[in-house]
Design a binder for this molecule. Structure first.
Ligand SMILES: [Zn+2]
Length: 398
């Protein structure tokens, strides 16, 4: 499929260091971005679908790097189906599993956690709920696992490992498994802050500095924050990615973002939701945290969007997250919400409003064009100007 998006008002690149791209057109082909900026009339004419953005803003599809995936599009914690599809209507085109810890009766022995990770990984390999790419299968590090076990599942495709829910007496005991997971080229993640499982202790700065994972999961608290004094230590004494989550402590999100910015460590700040959890299902969670960082934290909207897209892609080695040639064609059109006070999407975010979503394209396929079922309506009209395929992109259901 070839898709052209024309009349774009602003193109946000996803790279916070160079956050705006020139031009008004994006062309995609067979799931990849072919062109960003300008395209000839013939190139646009050759497309199967042409979307008229009407002056709206294009951003990369949002990457939520902390989602409590189980199996299918179902969350046992909130007993709800269809939540991932609902997140697509919040602009999320990629979700990364925070480990399948919410699977009812989940196993705790070595064979069980290996099988769970492999099964989850394979189940989402080609399954895209609502068009979302889901990276699932994060092995839950438990006593009894060893390096050979991790090597075995790495060969089967598992590339995520999670510390924090295992039956260890002390969090320091994760260290050899995290090192082994790293040796097998996995991305390693550690729960941060107060325990969310009764009986397990808090994980704070000292633990993280000793464990050296790639990512401090919900560094702002999941949902309970670690001591304030640990934030500068993590930033200055490690290269750990700092994941701030919507379902955590907002004050420490803002603290962490400010410290990371001042320390020139903003590459390491990444946004996620840490949902669905007890906090609920949050299809607009990524947009909330972007708006919080911008309106309360003083970070430019296009820079905050980088933390939700390109920076996540870099940390997790994904092919999406940027509006640039060759990347996966995950594109979201956003705008000022109808009825608001601001003229465009970026001004609305800076103002603290939730951006309105006018279209989501993932892996080169329009999933809906015109109106998200979760955000307010856009101020500008985003529409399908041409479609040669027997498809309806209105997103209308029922
Ligand atoms: Zn979580």
């Amino acid at each position: 499929m070839r898709v052209a998006i024309v009349n774009i008002g602003t193109i946000v690149s996803g790279d916070w260091r160079d956050p705006l791209a020139r031009g008004d057109t994006i062309v995609t082909r067979d799931g990849r971005i072919e062109r960003v900026g300008t395209a000839s009339a013939q190139e646009v004419e050759a497309c199967d679908v042409v979307i008229d953005a009407g002056g709206a803003t294009a951003i990369p599809g949002l990457i939520d790097s902390h989602v409590h995936i189980t199996f299918g599009d179902y969350t046992p914690r909130q007993q709800t189906v269809g939540y991932l599809e609902s997140y697509v209507h919040g602009g999320v085109t990629t979700a990364i599993s925070a480990s399948e810890v919410h699977v009812p009766g989940r196993p705790r022995d070595a064979e069980g956690v290996k099988a769970l990770a492999v099964a989850a990984h394979k189940c989402f390999d080609g399954y895209r709920p609502g068009g979302m790419t889901v990276h699932a299968g994060s092995v839950i590090l438990e006593p009894g696992l060893n390096g050979n076990d991790l090597g075995e599942i790495a060969k089967k495709g598992v590339w995520l490992a999670k510390a924090g829910f295992g039956a260890f007496a002390s969090a320091y005991e994760y260290a050899p498994l995290i090192a082994a997971a790293r040796a097998h080229n996995m991305i390693t993640t550690v729960h941060t802050g107060g325990s969310s499982i009764p009986g397990s202790g808090a994980i704070t700065g000292d633990h993280l500095l000793a464990l050296k994972p790639h990512v401090s999961f919900h560094v702002n608290g999941g949902p309970t924050a670690m001591p304030d004094a640990d934030f500068p230590r993590l930033i200055h004494e490690s290269d750990i990615a700092l994941q701030v989550c919507t379902a955590g402590n907002l004050r420490t999100t803002l603290l962490c973002a400010r410290l990371a910015w001042e320390a020139k460590a903003f590459d390491r700040l990444i946004i996620a939701t840490d949902t669905p959890t007890g906090s609920g299902i949050m299809p607009l969670g990524m947009l909330y945290t972007i708006a919080h960082l911008s309106s309360l934290g003083g970070i430019a909207p296009e820079t905050a969007i980088g933390a939700a897209t390109g920076s996540n892609a870099r940390v997790y080695r994904l092919e999406s997250g940027f509006l640039s040639e060759g990347k996966l064609a995950d594109i979201v059109l956003i705008d000022a919400p109808d009825g608001g006070t601001q003229a465009d999407a970026l001004s609305a975010i800076r103002h603290g409003d939730i951006a309105a979503i006018g279209a989501v394209i993932s892996v080169g396929e329009p999933r809906f064009v015109g109106r998200s079922r979760n955000t307010p309506a856009t101020t500008r009209k985003v529409r399908v100007a041409k479609c040669t395929l027997p498809r309806d992109f209105s997103g209308a259901k029922h």
